[in-house]
Design a protein around this ligand. Structure first.
Ligand code: ADP
Ligand code: MG
Length: 888
């Protein structure tokens, strides 16, 4: 019998369009359905499809973005159909499967459907897919929609698709699925009176929310109260604050979020003799409907998945909700009667909120999705048929990461990539776990993954926070990895039952530590699932480790953190583990596997400056324990305002590990390097991980004569040594060639620029290795070879080294100042018939005119003009001084 507080399902507004829904689906297999929250979409539509036989004998799958919703809604529908949960109606979420062979309606989270798709590409057992809560635009629901659409267009034209939403602008989805009709049900709602803060309030949001509840209770306005908080921590905080209230009325304070046990979640829905104050995450925004709510208190914030460029992974950030979300929350108060909504922000700041939520696909790390698409044979993630296209750069970044991690090779999924796909987590972590499963340290790797997946465990300390600093140093007992320090700190927090005070004195964030514990358990759980599929004994070993860990830990620690019993194999707590040669190597290798794309090489031993791949550079933070290692991977890359890259969370690695684990990214070359110290060329075999040199070995017997000569020439060009034989004669030669090139381009003399000079020197040095040899090597012949045959002999004609001269025979020409110049006696010039020229008459020689005592008077490139205009100015003085000479 139905309890009296529940309305008959068929009275729900959605039933008014029952026939339209079925008619549309029979006509075309696609439908977009828009109806307000509480209309009956989630609970009724799947039943309508089942009863009308839309899915034939196959299953109807309803996608839910939230696990709590999948479970509670399945329970409700099973109850409505008077069947046992898991029989006709069931649900499956990560780590929890309530289905059977006979299940016809199955509520699942998106990840589950995607997993099914991998196992059975045609979804042969499914007849209809219902996308619920589509307005949330989760990354995975976008992916699922695209894949199901693709499937329907190819192998499964019979597959029915229904997209349901409370707020959606339905047009774009309908256009994307075209042809696809839209059905809209108006539903019913009552007016809700909205109140804002009159001015911003800096106190904790939990305290403000409790006060808002208190005011509602004082007003003696009946009806249950729903408070929205971003997460579990804030929900607990609000409940604590509520307990401190002094109100006449007794109320039932009930938390509601995804991490509660099922029976605890059910308390929110169950009738209560007291007035209910439900403090929930945004699961109560549209996913699930709680009857009897008349008042909403809205914190205005939510945890939102964002791509965190620093860590290179997705994280959850606390952010203001959009105006569209705020309206949904408000609507929860007006479902059965007029209500009130108390917004804990000001009217003015309301306008600053985004109008609606950005689709997650446009703000998210795509590595996991790109890996999934590849496993389904879709190699072109960027050009795939999306509802909203992701940023091509984000796709590229994802593909690059997957390639670096070894999941992709030339856009094909590798065996490691296939294994990684089976783990429901970010590829960095799945790569770490795969490595760990082979090296027998799954629990440690899982803990490391948990340690970086959330906020910072250790608070940043000021320089003058000496006592905490000193306390914390006790965790730093391995110079191999900052992760080991974190693990020690976490062990300490756990051993102290996450006590806030104990943790604080060591600068540990107790709440984060608690969260790490949960994430760790989840990752271990996932690892076990793989175990059951792959039967890897290592995973079994690891899961045993976990159950040991969760058992028998002391409630509180002794005074000294090091007095703790070891919790992890790697954390060296006694002397025993220390003595083994490389206690951490397995774990260090796993960490390297997950962050190998952020490999860094120290420039100078002991200094923080590093080179990274792709010509990046960075600096290791001074807090890191990894002070010596020549190579390390950094789990965190942060850019400072001055565009410097700061590396943190470092783990020391060995180049040999990279060579062994990532051979596909290595290249080996023989290079000739100049050894400045020994003034010689060293033939060197260089091994690079991408563009970063990770191994360097002299190999003189493989020396290549040409490359060696080139290396000496380059070293000279860089100023490493002088060449005495680069003399006046050679410089003249170079200058003459360049002059002909500039004056008579039609003769096609190749000029000597810096590169040509280096090439000629390289020619001269062929086969030499020592600077000494280079300095003694004849150069001119190698420079002659720069010209074509015959061109050298033309030079003497075009740009001769001497100029015929009347008095005393030919005189020298100098070319080194870029113009040909001759030093002549002034008195000789009066015999000139014409000004001397070079290059077939195109280039006048610069005559530097000297008086009989050898002093320079002037220069000219046109003697007759000089004689006419300049000479008269000098004549008198010169004639007077040198009266013995006959001056004209
Ligand atoms: P929609 O998906 O359109 O928001 P639902 O199908 O979730 O609507 O809910 C329709 C109605 O069914 C709700 O308004 C509520 O009255 C009732 N209902 C749904 N789930 C539960 C539940 N777990 N317990 C009690 N009532 C429920
Ligand atoms: Mg719903």
């Amino acid at each position: 019998m139905r309890p009296p507080f529940m309305p008959a399902s068929t009275a729900l507004p959605i039933w008014k369009i029952h026939t339209d829904i079925l008619h549309t689906l029979r006509g075309g297999n696609r439908l977009v359905l828009v109806a307000p929250t509480g209309s009956g979409k989630t609970t009724q539509v799947p039943q309508m499809l089942l009863d009308a036989g839309i899915a034939g004998e196959k299953m109807i799958v309803v996608l839910q973005p939230r696990r709590v919703a999948a479970r509670t809604v399945a329970t409700r529908v099973a109850w409505e159909r008077e069947t046992r949960l898991g029989a006709e109606v069931g649900y499956q979420i990560r780590f929890d499967d309530h289905t059977s062979v006979g299940t016809r309606i199955c509520f699942v989270t998106e990840g589950i459907l995607l997993r099914w798709l991998q196992d059975d590409r045609s979804l042969s057992k499914i007849g209809a897919v219902v996308f619920d809560e589509f307005h949330e635009r989760n990354l995975l629901s976008d992916v699922a929609l695209a894949l199901v659409k693709h499937l329907q267009q190819t192998q499964r034209p019979d597959l029915a698709m229904v997209v349901m939403s409370a707020t959606l602008d339905a047009e774009p989805v309908a256009a994307y699925l075209d042809p696809c009709p839209i059905l809209i049900s108006e539903g019913q709602s009552f007016p809700v009176e909205v109140g804002y803060l009159s001015m911003p309030d800096q106190r904790p949001i939990t305290v403000q929310a409790a006060e808002a509840v208190e005011r509602i209770l004082h007003d003696e306005d009946p009806g249950d109260i729903l408070v929205f908080m971003p997460g579990r921590g804030e929900i607990q905080g609000t409940l604590d604050a509520l307990r401190g209230l002094r109100t006449r009325e007794r109320v039932a304070c009930i938390p509601l979020h995804g991490e509660l046990e099922p029976q605890e979640q059910d308390r929110a829905f169950a009738p209560n003799s007291l007035r209910k104050v439900i403090v929930a995450t945004n699961v109560a925004e549209t996913s699930i409907t709680i009857d009897g709510i008349r008042h909403v208190v809205d914190s205005g914030i939510a945890r939102v998945a964002r791509y965190d460029a620093e860590r290179g992974i997705g994280t959850l950030l606390l952010e203001p909700i959009s105006r569209a979300s705020a309206d949904q929350r408000k609507g929860r108060a007006g479902r059965t009667a007029p209500g009130t909504c108390h917004r804990l922000w000001t009217v003015i700041s309301h306008k600053d909120r985004d109008e609606r939520n950005t689709p997650e696909i446009q703000r998210s790390d795509l590595a996991e999705v790109v890996l999934l698409l590849h496993s389904l044979g879709i190699r072109e993630a960027a050009s795939f048929d999306w509802l909203d296209k992701p940023d091509p750069q984000a796709v590229q970044r994802a593909e690059r990461l997957l390639t670096m991690l070894g999941a992709l090779l030339d856009a094909d999924l590798t065996p490691i990539g296939h294994q990684m796909r089976r783990l429901p987590m970010h590829p960095r972590y799945s790569r770490m776990l795969i490595e760990a499963s082979q090296r027998g340290c799954v629990a440690d790797a899982a803990l490391c993954a948990a340690l970086v997946s959330g906020r910072d465990l250790l608070a940043r300390l000021d320089r003058d926070d000496v006592s905490t600093q000193a306390a914390r140093e006790m965790f730093e007992d391995s110079p191999d990895s900052d992760f080991i320090t974190l693990m020690r700190a976490y062990d300490f927090a756990k051993a102290n039952a996450f006590s806030f005070d104990r943790c604080r004195s060591y600068g540990i964030n107790a709440q984060v530590a608690r969260q790490v514990e949960q994430t760790f358990q989840q990752i271990m759980h996932a690892a076990q699932q793989i175990d059951s599929q792959s039967n890897s004994s290592r995973f079994r070993e690891a899961s045993r480790l976990v159950s040991e860990k969760s058992a028998g830990l002391p409630e509180s620690a002794g005074d000294h953190p090091l007095s703790q019993k070891p919790v992890h194999g790697v954390t060296v707590l006694g002397g025993a583990n220390l003595s083994s040669p490389k206690p951490n190597e397995a774990l260090l290798r796993c960490l390297m596997a997950g962050f190998v794309d952020q490999l860094a090489k120290r420039r100078t031993p002991g200094k923080p400056e590093c080179d990274l791949t792709d010509q990046r550079t960075g600096q290791l933070v001074r807090e890191s324990v990894v002070t010596d290692a020549a190579y390390f991977v950094a789990a965190n890359l942060r850019e400072t305002p001055s565009r410097q890259t700061l590396l943190s969370l470092a783990t020391a690695v060995q180049p040999a590990w990279i060579a062994e684990m990532f051979p596909q990214h290595l290249s080996t070359t023989l290079e000739h390097l100049f050894d400045a110290q020994n003034k010689r060329v060293a033939a060197t075999r260089l091994v690079r991980y991408r563009d970063l040199v990770i191994e360097q070995k002299a190999q003189q017997r493989d020396l290549d004569p040409v490359a060696s000569g080139r290396c000496l020439a380059e070293a000279h060009r860089a100023g490493a040594f002088d060449l005495p034989l680069m003399d006046h004669r050679l410089k003249q030669f170079i200058a003459r060639v360049n002059l002909v090139h500039a004056t008579l381009p039609e003769l096609e003399f190749a000029p000597f620029d810096e590169a040509a000079i280096t090439t000629s020197l390289a020619r001269a040095f062929t086969g030499l290795t020592l600077v000494k040899e280079a300095q003694a090597a004849p150069l001119l012949p190698a420079f002659h070879q720069h010209l074509d045959k015959g061109q050298v002999s033309w030079l003497d004609e075009l740009v001769p080294l001497t100029l015929p001269w009347s008095n005393g025979g030919p005189i020298k020409l100098s070319y080194v100042n870029d113009t040909p110049e001759a030093q002549v006696k002034l008195q000789d010039c009066f015999a000139l018939i014409s000004h001397p020229t070079l290059c077939e008459g195109r280039l006048p020689v610069t005559l530097s005119l000297h008086t009989p005592d050898g002093k320079r008077l002037a220069s000219t490139t046109d003697w007759s003009k000089f004689q006419e205009r300049e000479w008269p100015k000098h004549r008198q003085a010169v004639a007077k001084k040198f009266s013995g000479v006959l001056w004209r």
